[in-house]
Write a protein that binds this ligand. Structure first.
Ligand code: ADP
Length: 192
């Protein structure tokens, strides 16, 4: 198994690229954002509790997403590896993920970090709001809060992974195809 993290601020294109990469390389795409939105649309108790946190652009509690990811890992069979998208988002989640993988004889092989300018992020999120109808994309204040939360709580993971030797920066500006090529080139080094 070869496991990748796709990493970057909100609007950096993680979701768009993950879907394509997972298909091309037979990876299981695990997006905690998608899992949480599925809970909300299914109207579960968990979804009800999480939706107000998400609509403010805050992070849901670590235990919630760690539990979701662990159960997905254990129920998935027959793929070349995992592509984690939007998880981990805190150093505590990163440590939990490392342990989870280690206990199952796996590791994080590469952390692909999409670099995108701040103005471009805001522009993409506003455009996405019109298409996706996601409440956390609609309000410019919530967008700015998500970017701030990313800087404060999520970005420190980069330093953590740099020390592990898994950090791989990727230029996230340009067309979807160009960024896909850059990510593919990087991932091919790990996939046989
Ligand atoms: P984006 O596309 O903006 O990066 P996501 O779709 O990944 O956003 O996530 C949307 C929201 O779901 C986040 O703003 C947060 O509230 C919640 N969320 C998703 N993943 C996590 C996580 N790993 N830890 C905590 N909260 C999360």
């Amino acid at each position: 198994m070869v496991n990748f993290l796709i990493f970057g601020p909100p609007g950096s294109g993680k979701g768009t690229q993950s879907v394509r990469l997972a298909e091309k390389y037979n990876l299981t795409h695990l997006s905690t954002g998608d899992m949480l939105r599925a809970e909300i649309s299914a109207g579960t108790e968990l979804g009800k509790k999480m939706s107000s946190i998400m609509s403010k652009g805050e992070l849901v509690p670590d235990e919630v997403v760690i539990e979701m990811i662990a159960s997905k890992i254990d129920s998935t069979k027959g793929c070349a590896g995992f592509l984690f998208d939007g998880f981990p988002r805190t150093v505590a989640q990163t440590i939990a993920l490392e342990k989870m993988l280690n206990d199952r004889g796996m590791k994080i092989d590469s952390m692909l970090v999409l670099d995108v300018d701040h103005d471009e992020l805001v522009k993409r999120l506003i455009t996405r709001a019109e298409l996706s109808g996601r409440p956390d994309d609609k309000d410019p204040n919530v967008i700015e809060n998500r970017i701030d939360v990313y800087k404060e709580k999520t970005e420190p993971i980069i330093d953590y992974c740099r020390k592990r030797g898994t950090y791989q920066p990727v230029n996230g500006m340009g067309s979807i195809e160009d960024i896909f090529e850059r990510l593919s080139r990087n991932m091919k080094r790990y996939l046989k």
